[in-house]
Design a protein around this ligand. Structure first.
Ligand SMILES: NC(=O)c1ccc[n+]([C@@H]2O[C@H](COP(=O)([O-])OP(=O)(O)OC[C@H]3O[C@@H](n4cnc5c(N)ncnc54)[C@H](OP(=O)(O)O)[C@@H]3O)[C@@H](O)[C@H]2O)c1
Length: 294
């Protein structure tokens, strides 16, 4: 299978490319310089010339807070870029696997969010991502949108890396404890998407549509931070664990409002595609061990 990956230098994109190559797939890894997804003519030319069997879009504008003051680039990448890829895929009869986010929900619902719950994004990032999802749905039938949450991995910037850095600098960290969600290892996202690529290559018909996929068990940022330090300590990566104190979202104001409830109901992906929720603690262990090695 010939797989085009956009945003291949991001935390999920890099993981997809690495794992895909290990699986022996023909991976075409493109960063923004090689393929800017906002340029329709460039996207058309690339896909027409390269004829991938499937496209995975890991490119996105992910600066959640910055998006509040610069909506144009967020919409350009997350809405218009997604639409550009969908148009080129439709013209060439190629399926598109795309990633979306828990930030399309307002987080006010009691209980986990399923795929049929109405979105109501609170910030520009969430609004632009939802607009991208809607564009793909309207342009291309053969699409799979995987909504993921609280992503962390070996590459790029993420919460795990930030905590380890701050933990070195301070004895006490105050971390938000009233937002609930499922941290999701980029490696597990890559495994899931590449598993679908393989199944497609084996001739299986994939049930297109939107799926929720996140790590379990449900946690808070504060509990996640504690788990990061405990595991890093166990692996001998830090000299001491900082104290991690709980604060509320109100005590930690940010330009973009985050959902208090980011919990996904992941029954659909299990029932329809036979994919179960990964345990984020396994992913955390793998990421930390990889960093320790390097
Ligand atoms: N991170 C999270 O916690 C999280 C949570 C839920 C959902 N998601 C979704 O998961 C997906 C992957 O996120 P991630 O964490 O891997 O993001 P990331 O690390 O920020 O990577 C995104 C990549 O997209 C590239 N990109 C930006 N604009 C582009 C363009 N016009 N053309 C081509 N590439 C472009 C970026 O390159 P530059 O560095 O050059 O800008 C970057 O390498 C996204 O769809 C995101 O919305 C992420």
């Amino acid at each position: 299978m010939r797989v085009l990956v956009t945003g291949a230098k991001g935390q999920v994109g890099a993981e997809i490319v690495r794992q895909g190559r290990n699986l022996g797939l023909d991976m075409m890894a493109t960063g923004r310089a090689a393929l800017d997804i906002t340029r329709q003519d460039a996207v058309n030319r690339f896909i027409q010339a390269q004829q991938p069997d499937i496209v995975i879009n890991a490119a996105a504008y992910t600066a959640v807070d910055r998006a509040e003051s610069e909506p144009e680039p967020a919409y350009a990448v997350n809405r218009d870029g997604a639409a550009c890829l969908a148009r080129a895929c439709a013209a060439n009869n190629i399926p598109l696997l795309h990633l979306s986010t828990d930030y399309i929900f307002d987080g006010r619902q009691q209980g986990a969010y399923s795929e049929t719950d109405p979105p109501n994004p609170q910030g520009i990032y969430g609004k632009s991502k939802l607009a991208g999802d809607r564009a793909i749905e309207s342009i291309l039938e053969q699409h799979l949108i995987l909504r993921v949450s609280w992503v962390f991995g070996v590459d790029g910037n993420n919460f795990v890396k930030t905590m380890l850095r701050l933990g070195k600098e301070r004895d006490v960290l105050k971390v938000v404890a009233d937002q609930h969600g499922g941290p999701t290892w980029a490696g597990a996202i890559a495994e899931t998407l590449l598993g679908l690529v393989k199944r497609r290559g084996d001739g299986e018909a994939i049930s297109w549509g939107t799926y929720h996929y996140s790590g379990q068990p449900v946690t808070t940022w504060q509990a996640f931070a504690k788990a990061i330090f405990e595991q890093a300590d166990k692996l001998g990566m830090i000299d001491r664990q900082p104290r991690v104190e709980p604060i509320t979202t109100a005590e930690y104001p940010t330009p973009a409002q985050r959902p208090l409830n980011s919990v996904f109901d992941c029954h659909k992906i299990t029932q329809v595609l036979g994919i179960s929720q990964p345990d984020w603690r396994t992913g955390l262990d793998k990421v930390l061990k990889k960093w320790r090695k390097s």
